[in-house]
Design a protein around this ligand. Structure first.
Ligand code: 26Y
Length: 819
């Protein structure tokens, strides 16, 4: 239970109002009567922050004094979502704020809606980082999240004639009340130049990096409050600034533009989040970003978090650096460089420390998603690091040759340096070789990681590999996002589930209680009405009452197979308009898509265009009598997810088996009482095992079957020829029905499916259609459906990110919660 913090505002309605008005007057410089909604939001955010402040300072002091091991979470992305609601929840201020604002004639919901979410991530990986730091704070575990303060986060998606158009995400424009910049604590980051050898005082050969340019990293701190426990951890995001703002001689010579060019150049580094989330483009700026935040973070931890006289030989006793995918892996040679070139360690000493300080999480199975940096680029930007990487590789190959004498092929396979198509550094191999532990993000994924992505490494170091199945924070995604369900749960089993999610099990018996089911269904209805209001205001979309709400929200990717979902919709539609299916036999259904496509990913953008055209045509066709609607609200983000997921009946998790590392949306849906239609992929496997086959609609090939079909040769066109229902659906698209008669508008999408279909959508089509029929059958039996939904909630407690964090702590980090 939260208590009034020392030195904070009084924990009462009165105290709150005083603080709020004070912030409005002194920080915003306006009177309440003259204040805008934005003024009010900013004042409210500062007020809540003030309540957390004493706890934050306290947490920092205690952690420092205790000299305990800290988790340094290194992630290029944090997809935080709005901060205000979470801060209110964590500090138990909801009721007080609600009443206080009412006294001021204001409405909390309106002010909350004023916040622009910090979208500093692309999707699952960034959101996972945000869930993990929430759990660590809640579990009282010391953690510093390190990342980049992008000036522009993930683009704002708009649709123009059904096509995606990207707008810059100006999340900082209306003020940023949650951040604390510390320009005084800036650190310098070097780039370029060359290296030189020299002999030190003891006559040992050493290396010197002589960089030729540098930038400053300015830290911005953000609070990461634990849930009602008084702990506030820190998220430290770095912003790039020029070391000298101004080239005075150039300026004096009259070339103003040239004089400030250096500044623009430096600040570009943290300007924008790259919106690609699976195909690394090998862009120089991205490598600059990666090294920038990693160099800042290591410097910061060593110089500012440790005692001045700390012996870095024991660095692993004070930090474990978790590498969130390969994006921060350049930290490995950076730590080696610091220890050797700056602290005078010899190679073996430095390597011994380094290999104890890193752990690596892989988030993919797609070969093209593994980062390989061209040595030409890496050597130009970070010459010393490339030297170190070469030396690490020599050591690796020596170890391999020793373990497998004569197996030169293996040595070549395992080399950190790839030779084709150009010479490059395989960051995943570097991470795997350097890390104490390597983990995948769901049981199936970790298995495939061992067997298919890193087989030679897992054979040589089997104990290094482990699995930690992802999780999501129940605070944001149940307690905050689904207040009605949360109330029902707490009324039924008490409030302990919020920090001990396995306790949801206690709901199981209530699945058979008609009274409980009625209340459960009422909460779902309330969520649907709330969503309808949001979509009406936000997108001008009308959600009909009483429909099965069928939701597929995630990044747009061929492997995730939005096109398979779309084919099902088109097929239902085609059957009705061709008279094969009486319209009254159609289950009233609204299909909601939410997805951003990487701006350069043509096929994904074409698919978005097609979904929008189908949505417009289907939703407007009177022959369907309003029984099938397709909605595609633009700009799916965390804020919308918090409204969409609690309202959903059906969760679409339909990736080709063996492609989705884990998925985390799948967990959020199950925890909010949606049933899943899904393949045996990623964490779906574990969801199905836990909720039970009867309460999960499984379809499609499993991973071995996919591999088998691939090996035998996959011919998508044969499925088209052999399946009249599939043929009719594709033919309807080809006929120009959804494109105003243009028969070629969607050729790229359709012929990609017919001729290539890398992710085998056509092969799984019939199975998917059959599973959808089972969905409709269950949905027709309201009691049976609700019963399944309750059991999904009751049995999904495993998917709390608190549990994930417990596993990392016990098996990978070996850190302790603080008392
Ligand atoms: C290198 C660059 C192009 C890049 C940038 C972002 C590559 C990948 C990403 C993001 C990947 C990502 O979000 N992966 C997802 O991670 C989730 C959390 O583990 C998984 O649940 C999900 O299956 C996986 O696709």
């Amino acid at each position: 239970v939260a208590t009034a913090p020392v030195n904070g505002p009084l924990f009462s309605v009165d105290g709150f109002v005083k603080e709020f008005i004070h912030e409005l007057n002194t920080a915003q410089g306006v009177a309440l009567a003259r204040s805008s909604v934005n003024d009010q939001y900013l004042a409210l955010a500062r007020t809540v922050k003030n309540y957390l402040m004493a706890r934050w300072l306290d947490t920092n002091r205690k952690t420092r004094e205790a000299k305990v091991k800290t988790v340094g979470y290194l992630s290029a992305e944090y997809l935080l979502g709005r901060q205000l609601g979470n801060a209110l929840l964590a500090s138990d201020l909801n009721e007080i704020a609600d009443k206080g604002l009412e006294l001021c004639g204001l409405d909390l919901v309106t002010l909350r809606n004023q916040e622009v979410e910090p979208g500093l991530g692309n999707g699952g990986l960034g959101r996972l980082a945000a869930c993990f730091i929430d759990s660590l704070a809640t579990m009282n575990v010391p953690c510093i999240g390190y990342g980049i303060r992008y000036e522009y986060g993930i683009f704002r998606q708009t649709f123009v004639d059904g096509r995606q158009v990207e707008q810059p995400d100006t999340w900082l424009a209306l003020g940023s009340p949650w951040e604390f910049p510390h320009p005084d604590a800036s650190v310098q980051v070097n780039f370029g130049g060359h290296t030189e050898k020299y002999r030190d005082a003891d006559g040992k050969e050493r290396t010197h990096w002589l960089p030729d340019w540098n930038v400053l990293g300015v830290p911005y701190n953000y609070m990461v409050p634990g849930y009602l426990n008084g702990r506030v951890n820190t998220l430290r995001l770095w912003s790039a600034q020029a070391t000298k703002a101004f080239d005075l001689p150039t300026f004096n010579a009259g070339d103003y533009a040239q004089a400030v060019r250096a500044q623009t150049f430096a600040e570009n580094i943290s300007k924008v989040l790259y919106p690609e989330d699976s195909t690394p483009q090998g862009k120089e700026l991205r490598l600059q970003q990666q090294y920038f935040f990693v160099a800042c973070s290591l410097r910061d931890f060593i110089d500012n978090e440790l005692e001045d006289d700390f012996d870095l030989h024991h660095l692993d006793e004070r930090i474990i650096l978790q590498l969130n995918d390969t994006h921060p892996v350049i930290a490995v040679p950076e730590l080696m460089r610091i220890l050797m070139d700056e602290k005078g360690f010899d190679w073996d000493e430095a390597w011994a420390v380094t290999t104890k300080c890193f752990a690596y999480t892989c988030h993919t199975l797609l070969p093209e998603a593994l980062e390989v940096w061209p040595t030409e680029l890496l050597g130009r930007l970070l010459p010393r690091h490339l030297e170190i990487i070469y030396a690490i590789n020599e050591q690796l190959l020596e170890e391999v040759r020793e373990a497998y004498p004569g197996d030169e092929l293996r040595a070549r396979r395992m080399s950190i340096i790839a030779e084709f198509p150009e010479r490059g550094v395989r960051m995943a191999y570097l991470a795997t070789y350097a890390a104490t532990k390597v983990n995948g993000v769901a049981a199936l994924h970790s298995q495939l990681l061992r067997d298919k992505v890193l087989p030679d490494f897992s054979e040589m170091w089997p104990d290094r590999f482990t699995n930690v199945t992802n999780g999501v924070t129940p605070r944001r995604f149940v307690k905050m996002a689904n207040p009605k369900l949360s109330e029902l749960i707490s009324d039924t089993i008490g409030g302990g589930w919020v920090t001990d999610l396995e306790r949801l099990r206690e709901l199981e018996p209530f699945a058979d209680d008609p009274d409980f089911r009625a209340q459960f269904a009422a909460a779902k209805d309330w969520n649907k009405r709330r969503l309808a209001e949001v979509l009406r205001k936000r997108d001008g979309i009308d959600l009909p009452d009483g429909h099965l709400l069928d939701v597929m929200v995630k990044r747009l990717h061929e492997y995730k197979r939005q096109s398979l979902k779309l084919l099902h919709v088109v097929s239902l539609y085609e059957q009705v308009i061709s008279g094969k299916l009486p319209v009254d036999q159609l289950t009233p259904r609204t299909v909601v898509f939410g997805a951003k496509a990487a701006p350069g990913y043509k096929m994904a953008k074409d698919t978005i265009h097609l979904i929008n055209r189908v949505a417009a045509t289907v939703s407007a066709d009177p022959r369907l009598e309003g029984r099938l609607k397709v909605a595609f609200p633009a700009n799916y983000n965390v804020t919308l997810a918090e409204k969409l997921i609690p309202a959903a009946d059906l969760s679409e998790q339909i990736s080709l088996a063996g492609m989705e590392a884990s998925g985390t949306g799948n967990m959020k849906f199950a925890l909010n009482g949606a049933l899943t239609i899904g393949t045996d992929d990623g964490a779906n496997v574990e969801i199905r095992e836990l909720v039970g086959d009867k309460h999960f609609f499984l379809f499609g090939m499993n991973e071995p079957q996919v591999a088998e079909l691939g090996a035998k040769g996959y011919n998508p066109e044969s499925y088209y020829e052999d399946n009249p229902q599939l043929k009719a659906a594709l033919d309807l698209v080809l006929s120009g029905h959804f494109s105003g008669g243009d028969q070629h508008l969607f050729d790229a999408v359709v012929y990609n499916l017919l001729n290539s279909d890398r992710f085998m959508a056509l092969a799984d089509f019939q199975s998917y259609v059959d599973a959808q029929a089972r969905v409709e059958e269950r949905y027709a039996d309201t009691d049976a459906w609700t019963r399944s939904a309750v059991l999904n909630v009751a049995r999904s407690g495993f998917f709390s990110s608190d549990r994930s964090m417990r596993e990392y702590i016990q098996r990978i980090w070996h850190t302790q919660p603080m008392m």
